[in-house]
Ligand binder design. Structure first.
Ligand code: 13P
Length: 260
């Protein structure tokens, strides 16, 4: 049971890094990670932009590094006349194991809805790709006491569409929108309360013991221990601090200390 929820540290690069910058990062990260105790390592997930997915995959394979690669979004359909979109079939073809879905930036700027996020989650699972489903309230919603209701709606939209057998395979990231890129981290006990609430919702659909729930929003090395020391936070989805190998490995080191 203690190991049923293996910790995860995922770095979401967003729209940053050329292919050269991406592979240089991976080489540098691997150099630093090798000095850590491999038995204590969390799942380390790197989320490059689409253009760098293949070169990051190739680089990881060449190094023999235990890193997982995630796309930052995808279309739900396998193929069709959808100019500019990337399908789960294409990601699976590249050997991509994970995908971030419903990030608040996708919801805010690219019109993703609870419904499309659910469709994409179903599609990812169908192709054996682990979805990191992002949920989170906006500042105004928090100030109006709507946090729990917003989270419930976003989480249930996905849970109602997948089978109980898939619950161990999904990862949910609680990312309060007001904490993203602001340096304003959600206090650890409150982040834990919401992550526990998410796990409670999951448990209504089946066994939630293996579902990993992450926190994201201004995660840095100096707040990782407080966050990951909480009972219901299984890791972090990191934006800005994942762009430099040095700061990203700092977070990985702290995660190793907490969940060892
Ligand atoms: P920051 O870590 O830069 O706040 O970004 C969080 C995030 O959006 C990860 O998906």
């Amino acid at each position: 049971m203690a190991n049923a929820r293996r910790p995860v540290i995922a770095g979401n690069w967003k729209m940053f890094k050329t292919t050269h910058e991406a592979t240089t990062f991976v080489e540098s990260l691997w150099q630093k990670v090798q000095s850590l105790n491999s038995a204590e390592l969390p799942d380390i997930v790197i989320c490059p932009p689409f253009t760098a997915l293949a070169s990051v995959q190739t680089c990881i394979a060449k190094l023999g590094a235990p890193f997982l690669v995630a796309a930052q979004t995808m279309e739900s359909r396998d193929n069709g006349a959808y100019t500019g979109e990337i399908s789960p079939l294409m990601l699976a073809d590249l050997g991509i194991q994970w995908v971030v879905l419903g990030h608040s930036e996708r919801r805010q700027y690219f019109n993703e809805t609870d419904e499309t996020v659910a469709q994409k989650t179903v599609a990812a699972l169908k192709h054996g790709i682990t979805p990191i489903v992002c949920v989170g309230e906006q500042l105004m919603e928090r100030e109006n006491g709507l946090t729990d209701a917003v989270i419930e709606q976003q989480v249930r939209a996905v849970l109602t569409q997948i089978s109980a057998a898939d619950l161990p395979s999904i990862v949910i990231a609680y990312e309060p929108v007001w904490a993203i890129g602001t340096g304003k981290v959600c206090e650890a006990p409150e982040a834990n309360r919401v992550c526990a609430l998410i796990r409670h919702f999951v448990s209504e659909y089946g066994d939630a013991k293996q579902t990993r729930v992450l926190y994201g929003g201004s995660v840095k090395a100096d707040n990782t221990q407080a966050l990951m020391g909480q009972s219901d936070i299984d890791g972090g989805l990191v934006g800005g601090a994942s762009l430099e190998a040095e700061s990203f490995v700092g977070i990985i080191k702290q995660a190793c200390l907490v969940k060892a």
